[in-house]
Design a protein around this ligand. Structure first.
Ligand code: ADP
Length: 447
């Protein structure tokens, strides 16, 4: 069993991991940049180590600094949170080479799923339905044009190394192919150092439905249903719910079993998310994320499990604490992402928090690293909190969300809270009638 783990992250997710570890009687080490010396994760951990200057390249992404922090504190394992080094196979390899444990999947699984072409090939071979598209990479414009004609427009050109909504371009027709193809390639090269792209049919009215899976690394795996993350701006999620308003119990069982069987067959370890587009009753795989997701709390709420503690358990070599039969859905949960951003253009708004008050009461969870007087540094992600509500059913979760947003106070910076207040007034949100394009259209007409 671990005595001490290091949390290689910051913000709300670092607190999330520290809390899980403390309940298990495990000591925690926070790492931080000089810009985060006063951050909540540093205050809450048992120990902390400064690992570099503000720029994340020189601190939260500095592998030598993080390994050294483990060595000086005697931490035996590293939890990466999400983002930063969480899906860096090279990092996992180095962690293992230093006889430390990475709390997450193997370097090999991260590598396979980190390359979207390899991920799709692997999933297809495991019986998971995929979005129709090119067989592997497409290297010339001529080939891209030919595929566009064969598949029929619109198509989407995606960088195999892409992530965070970057390296993806839609071509509505043959005329748009050249610029979409070139832009996806150059974005892939600039952001991820890899210009390989592939082509998929662009689905016009899908929902984004993702399946939470969990494996013990020894051939056993379960699924924890789906999350609907269709409300997106620029391919980035802003509002997530579980269960999905349009998914039936039979559909859940069927796609869930396909996913659990697939990850069991590759001996997957820990938490993973298999993302699909869902249209006309069909699921189409787009990618797998080999880490804890930002939106994992909605799944925790409806299943009553602690996914971070479970990750720590299996990293210690223990069996999972639940079987598929133990996992039953209870009620409905919704998460909204509170970003320090100014509407309508969502420009980042770092700055000093003059007053912070978290909502409370039955069925309300606020995961945030804010406190009165905290200064949000300008160097990192603009996510400053996640408000998660849980109710007996979808209408009561929506009512609770509205009530909790009313209690929340974040003064001193602009946030995305007004967006959620407005969305809750919309009939389509009330009824769950939205797809991946709904929010972009709504923003054009309303903000
Ligand atoms: P990233 O790794 O950047 O998050 P994903 O492959 O997960 O990229 O796709 C992110 C989002 O982009 C999806 O949730 C969806 O909104 C949109 N998208 C991706 N592929 C397609 C497609 N083939 N058709 C329509 N929309 C797509």
């Amino acid at each position: 069993m671990f005595d001490k783990i290091l949390v290689a992250n910051r913000g709300e997710i670092a607190l999330r991991v520290i809390r899980a570890a403390r309940e298990m009687g495990i000591q925690t080490v926070a790492v931080h940049s000089t810009a985060d010396a006063d951050a909540m994760h540093v205050r809450m951990a048992d120990e902390s180590v400064c690992i570099g200057p503000p720029s994340s390249t020189d601190s939260y992404l500095s592998i030598p600094a993080i390994i050294a922090a483990c060595e000086v504190t005697g931490a035996q394992a590293i939890h990466p949170g999400y983002g930063f080094l969480s899906e860096n196979a090279n990092f996992v390899q180095i962690v293992e080479d230093h006889d430390l444990t990475f709390i997450g999947p193997t370097a090999e699984h991260i590598r396979i799923m980190g390359d979207k072409i390899t991920a799709k090939d692997t999933m297809k071979a495991l019986g998971v339905p995929c979005v129709p598209g090119s067989d592997g990479g497409v290297s010339t414009l001529k080939e891209a044009r030919k595929l566009g004609e064969e598949m029929g427009y619109p198509v989407i050109i995606k960088a195999t190394a892409g992530g965070g909504g970057r390296g993806m371009k839609v071509a509505q027709n043959a005329d748009e192919m050249e610029s979409a193809f070139m832009t996806a390639r150059s974005e892939g090269k600039a952001a991820f150092g890899n210009d390989e792209v592939y082509i998929e049919k662009y689905l016009t009215t899908p929902r984004h439905i993702e399946i939470q899976v969990f494996g013990d690394g020894k051939g056993k795996a379960v699924h924890l249903g789906e999350r609907d993350c269709s409300l997106q701006r620029r391919h980035q999620k802003v509002f997530e719910e579980a269960p999905g308003p349009c998914i039936s119990a039979e559909e859940r069982d069927r796609i869930g079993k396909t996913c659990a069987d697939a990850v069991a067959r590759i001996n997957y370890t820990g938490a993973g998310t298999i993302e699909f587009l869902y249209e006309n009753g069909e699921f189409f795989f787009i990618e797998m994320n080999t880490r804890l997701q930002v939106e994992h709390p909605v799944t925790e709420a409806i299943f009553g499990v602690d996914l971070v503690q479970e990750q720590i358990r299996v990293a210690e070599g223990l069996p999972m604490s639940f079987t598929q039969d133990d996992l039953e859905i209870n009620g409905h949960a919704i998460e909204v992402r509170i970003n320090a951003e100014k509407l309508p253009d969502f420009s980042p708004r770092p700055g000093k928090i003059t007053q912070f008050h978290a909502p409370g009461g039955l069925g309300v969870r606020m995961d945030s690293a804010l406190y009165d007087g905290y200064s949000i540094p300008p160097y990192y992600d603009s996510l400053i909190g996640k408000l998660i509500v849980h109710g007996r059913d979808r209408p009561s979760a929506l009512a609770r969300l509205s009530r909790a947003l009313g209690e929340l106070i974040v003064d001193g910076v602009d946030t995305t809270v007004p967006l959620f207040d407005a969305l809750l007034q919309e009939e389509d949100i009330q009824s769950g009638n939205y797809n991946i394009h709904w929010l972009e259209r709504w923003l054009e007409n309303n903000l």
